[in-house]
Design a protein around this ligand. Structure first.
Ligand SMILES: C[S@@+](CC[C@H](N)C(=O)[O-])C[C@H]1O[C@@H](n2cnc3c(N)ncnc32)[C@H](O)[C@@H]1O
Length: 269
């Protein structure tokens, strides 16, 4: 149990890191807020709904859902620093609120929420069935669960993507699309929507390639103008290897081994 708590804290630290911000920006999932709003539409979110956002990070999606669908959103996030940023960034009068908590043991009352979302995070949860059981507990019967996440075919992850980078990209413990469907169905949900959004990963890769090229060019310029080869920090050395890794990830997407899917489940009575 103590090891699990350490693993969750490390995971939260990773998503609050400069590397995660550099790779993903503010919205920490493929497709950004466009895909968040699409998920909200597929779920049929209505004005006045009470919505939970599991693993809400800095609150970007929760704020968007509250604004676009006129919902009240409660974001739950393991990382305390991310929760502080989300609270500080909330505009005056916002109907999105944030608490620190574990998606596998949600600090909310049962059967009071109309809907829940979980974007690009189920893949990271250590006990996925427990997180789904928690969502089922807090939703009223007929409540909607919108899940979007990375999908991966078993055995397709290259060895050099198994470490931190694979984790920051939500790849190491992701399921197949059928795996998420089975997880939701076994957790008491009937699947009402299932949508392939894997094209969004290719767009992220284009952006990441552009950012990496700019970063590496700047790095070369500063070491050639100073004439001194500065010692390489761990983040810089990881970034130097990144273009090769981006090519590998692109190949996986093309081969259908890596994807990003949206699912909506309705809680069975
Ligand atoms: C890839 S980010 C996605 C964040 C956000 N849902 C989004 O799409 O922008 C994953 C987030 O899950 C959080 N997380 C991981 N395990 C968690 C847990 N057991 N409970 C709550 N949050 C968790 C991490 O701290 C991180 O903020």
């Amino acid at each position: 149990m103590q090891n699990e708590a350490i693993a969750k804290a490390c995971c939260a630290d990773l998503y609050q890191s400069d590397m995660a911000k550099l790779i993903m920006g503010d919205s920490l999932h493929p497709g950004g807020l466009g895909l968040t709003n699409k998920l909200g539409r597929l779920m049929g979110l209505q004005a006045g709904n009470l919505v939970a956002d599991l693993a809400s990070a800095q609150g970007t999606s929760a704020q968007a859902l509250s604004r676009v669908f006129h919902c009240s959103v409660l974001g739950v996030e393991f990382g305390a620093a991310a929760v502080r940023s989300a609270c500080n960034a909330a505009p005056e009068g916002s109907t999105a609120h944030f608490v620190q908590g574990d998606a596998e043991s949600l600090p909310m009352r049962s059967a009071v929420f109309d809907a829940a979302v979980c974007e690009c995070s189920m893949s990271l949860f250590i006990n996925k069935a427990q997180a789904v059981a928690e969502v089922a507990r807090l939703l009223r019967p007929g409540g909607k669960f919108g899940l979007s996440d990375v999908t991966i075919e078993p055995g397709s992850l290259p060895a050099d993507l198994e470490g931190e980078l694979g984790q920051v990209l939500c790849m190491t413990d992701a399921l197949t699309a059928d795996g998420y469907v089975a997880l939701l169905e076994e957790g008491g949900f009937t699947i009402t929507e299932r949508l392939d959004a894997s094209g969004e990963i290719a767009k992220i890769l284009d952006e990441v390639e552009g950012k990496l090229a700019a970063f590496l060019a700047l790095q070369n310029m500063s070491s050639s103008t100073s004439g001194v080869s500065t010692s390489t920090t761990s983040i810089e050395s990881q970034l130097e290897q990144a273009p090769g890794l981006v090519t590998k990830v692109r190949k996986m997407v093309r081969a259908g081994d890596l994807g990003y899917w949206l699912f909506v489940g309705e809680k069975r009575p």
